[in-house]
Design a protein around this ligand. Structure first.
Ligand code: 3PY
Ligand code: MG
Length: 270
């Protein structure tokens, strides 16, 4: 079985849905122990527009470790994406070697930072990722591939998604998306708006224009453009605006909203 290598091109989205683990702590294990803080997004890929009723898929992925969460996603045919905790080589390799199929890279300020991440995350000739048989390739037993073939397949199947969430990244967005090894951009609307001095003002004309710039840069370069949205209506609106994928909600807020709705329903009946 070699399901982890099936994807390619825009169909790198192995399944219609993508699960993202947002690790913000010292390491993945530690961060997972504070699940319910900022842990799971449900990313929705283009082919899977009708996600109503599917949101329950999020909640089964709780687990103590990154690898366990990744394994759970694989077993459910979801593509596990992880947000790295920082821009270090070990932070990148750790998640990729346990099987993350893509990395979301926060707080980018420069083209050089993105090039550094490409060097860590993609094998030669695109980058300089270190090679060792690990879980990502079944400890070397997944296939009959040569090392060079495995490197090429992993490069193709590993999504690298720097976040556009600083004014500096916005300024250099064309250069960032032009880099070989960058598969797309994930817009962090909160941090981008804060960095632009208009916190949370997602309808501000400058913010709307900034998002349009990022979308255009991605489209022109043939790269994915993703964004976060916290409410179903906002997710739908972002799709209407042409985003390739929208990361929806945080596990805690989705649960709280569901409990509130259920509580209101119960109260209305008694
Ligand atoms: C932001 O809005 O800044 C994000 O990073 C969303 O995850
Ligand atoms: Mg952010």
């Amino acid at each position: 079985m070699d399901i982890r290598f099936q994807a390619g091109g825009p169909s790198k989205w192995k399944a219609d849905a993508v699960i993202s683990f947002v690790f913000e702590g010292e390491d993945a294990e530690q961060a997972c122990s504070v699940l319910m803080q900022n842990a799971l997004w449900l990313g929705i890929a283009p082919a899977w527009r009708d996600f109503r009723g599917k949101s329950g898929e999020m909640t089964m992925f709780y687990g103590p470790k990154a690898m366990e969460l990744i394994r759970a996603a694989e077993l459910s045919n979801l593509t596990p994406l992880c947000r790295v905790r920082d821009l270090s080589r070990s932070a990148v390799l750790k998640l990729l070697d346990v099987g993350a199929r893509g990395l979301i890279v926060p707080n980018i300020h420069s083209v050089e930072e993105v090039q550094q991440i490409i060097d860590y995350a993609k094998f030669a000739p695109i980058g300089q990722r270190g090679f060792c048989p690990t879980r990502k390739d079944g400890w070397g037993f997944d296939t009959e591939r040569t090392t060079a073939e495995t490197m090429a397949v992993m490069n193709e199947a590993t999504l690298l998604l720097p976040q556009c969430e600083t004014a500096e990244a916005l300024e250099h967005i064309e250069e960032i998306v032009a880099l070989e090894g960058v598969d797309g951009v994930f817009i962090g609307p909160f941090d981008l708006s804060i960095s632009m001095g208009i916190p949370g003002q997602f309808n501000h004309p400058d913010f709307v224009a900034a998002l349009a710039n990022v979308q255009k840069a991605c489209r022109d370069a043939g790269k994915f453009c993703m964004i976060f949205a916290g409410a179903p209506a906002a997710v739908a609106e972002r799709f209407q605006q042409g985003y390739d994928s929208v990361a929806y909600g945080l596990d805690a807020s989705v649960l709280i909203a569901a409990f509130k709705a259920n509580l209101a329903d119960i109260r209305s009946k008694i």
